[in-house]
Every structure is written in structure tokens, then in C-alpha cells.
Design a protein around this ligand. Sequence first.
Ligand code: UT7
Length: 319
Amino acid sequence: MIYSRIAGTGSYLPTRVMSNAEFEKRLDTSDAWIRERTGIASRHIADEKQTSSDLALEASKRALEAAGLAAKEIDLIIVATSTPDFVFPSTACLLQAKLGVAGSAAFDVQAVCSGFVYAIATADSFIKNNMAKKALVVGAEVFSRILDWNDRGTCVLFGDGAGAVVLVAGDKPGIHASILHADGSQAGMLSVPGNVNRGAICGSPFLQMDGQGVFKFAVRVLDESAREVAAAAGLTLADVDWLIPHQANVRILDAVARRLKLPAHKLVVTVDHHGNTSAASVPLALDEYVRAGRILPGHRILMQGVGGGFTWGSSLVTL
Ligand code: UT7
């Protein structure tokens, strides 16, 4: 049996840090409101010229270095993003070129904030089926580009960044199991309902959201899919060392950990200083805790995504 395992992690955050105080100057909001309702204190914002593939490149270089691999050894690149550089080619192809290599398969996954978990499950299947041996899996976003900066209900929530992992084939897990779901009937709850039509923006280019609807939906499906993936892996939630849910809102994270009866010290929280970075949030959080020496080889990690689509999923991994 072939399994895949994480051989290295990396991440990158744009240098500009935006605190809640900056919103207070422009909008009818406050640092206290944002912290109390979301747990967010600051987020990183890409500069005008930085694209998702630029952020992905830095995260990928760090993940490759941690794995001790050269870019030319990678035979599969998957980038999870909802803020691609272009309509096409894919951000994965642009990343491949920026890494200075060619020949591997490269494509994007679009599952919004579940994108990284979708991409991990996809790469794991490629490796298990002997279609790839060394995969670079990236979540990269510049959500600052799709926010209405005058809408206090959404613009305070998000940030930019990228996280990456290198997956390699091995004879033991690694990735024990992944579970993916979607419910397209809930598409309107969180969306950027626009496109480009004959040179004009058709619909809205800005993120729109039913915040309370998303909140309730997220807590329910993160709870359900955690139990589902543990059962699929033949493990229990007591076997989990770290829970890394999509970093949307600290109140969502706390509610999920409580429902799963996981103690607070097993919950990974980075949303306070990253904001919600959509598909980048889970690999950013993973890399931060690995580099801090908190998540260690042998630890069991439950990674979870939930977001627009609606999409959700979980992946249970031994580092
Ligand atoms: O990847 C998934 C992405 N989405 C999410 O994770 C969103 C999940 N939902 C949430 O995080 C929360 O629902 C929010 C943080 C978005 C909102 O918190 P809430 O406790 O659900 O507040 P609310 O929507 O019930 O709004 C309460 C009040 C409203 O005013 P009124 O109608 O009571 O007068 C809002 O207009 O808070 C107001 N409000 C704000 N006030 C100050 C909304 N945004 C702000 C703000 N500053 N930034």
C-alpha cells in the first residue's frame, strides 16, 4: 500500500501588517468590536503588485527547503486559491514557471476556504494511485482584492498569505483519511457573484456573505466532518494531538473544539494575527506551529476546511 506523508511545510505573509486601529479611522467599527466578535487583532495585506503566485512561490521555496527537495523533483503542483492571478492560465502553472521548472502536472483547486483540504485529498489520491510521487500543495490568497473596503461586515475579517506542504510517497500514513463535501444549494451564503463579460465586470466583484448563516453552518459541518474523518481513519478524536480548523473566527474555532470535547491546548489558533486567509489559512497555521516546535513529528493533526460553495472537509494526518 502506498501512502503520502508531509515531508516539509512553508509559509509566507506579506510584510504589511494592518491592525484593527486602521479600520477605526475609516469605518464605523472598533478594535473592541472586531476582537470580541472575531478574535482578530491584525492581518497581513499584499502590496499592489503581489499576486497569489508570488505569495505561493515564497511559501513553496520554504516548504521545499524543509523537505530537502529541489523544485525539479516535484511531479505534481496543486494550488488552492479563489484569488488566482488570471482567469487562466492557472496559478499553479504560473507558480511552476516561477519555480523555474516544467513538466510536472499543475492545476488549481477552487473550493474557497476548503481549498487546501480539497487539494491535500487530491494530491493524496494521486500519490496513492501512483500518479505522482512528490507533490507540492499550496494554499495562496490575496483576498484583499475582492473585499469591499467600505463594508465593515466583511472587510475586517480577511487577510492575505500563502502556506505550502510537500507530500511524498511512503509506506505508512501520513495521511490516514480525508473527507470532502459540498452543497451547491448554499452558494449564495458566501460568494463573489461576478465575472468578466466582454471586457466589463458583470455582477459584483466583491465578497458577499450572510455572516450568521456561515457561522452556524461552519460549526455544524466542522463538527460532523471531524467525527466522520476520525471514523474513516479508524481513530478516535482522543487520538488527535492538534485540531487545525479553517481560521475564520475564534468563536467558530472555540465552538468546534468544545463540541468535539478537545481541550483548548489542542486547538491551533492563528486567526488573531492572520485574519481569515481562506485557502491559505490551514497551511499557514500548520507551518507556524511546526516552525515554533509545537507540532512535532509523530503528532496527529486534524485539518479542516469550510467555505464558499458551500464546501467543507477534513483530513487526518500523522506528521
Ligand atoms: O471562511 C468563512 C468566512 N466567513 C466567516 O467566517 C463569517 C462567519 N461569521 C462571523 O464571523 C460573524 O457572523 C461576524 C463576525 C461576521 C458578525 O458577527 P455577529 O456576532 O454574527 O454579528 P451580526 O452580524 O449579528 O451583527 C451585529 C451588529 C449589526 O448591527 P445591528 O444590526 O445590530 O445594529 C452589524 O451591523 O454588528 C454590526 N457590525 C459591526 N459593528 C462594528 C457588523 N460588522 C461590524 C463591524 N464593526 N466590523
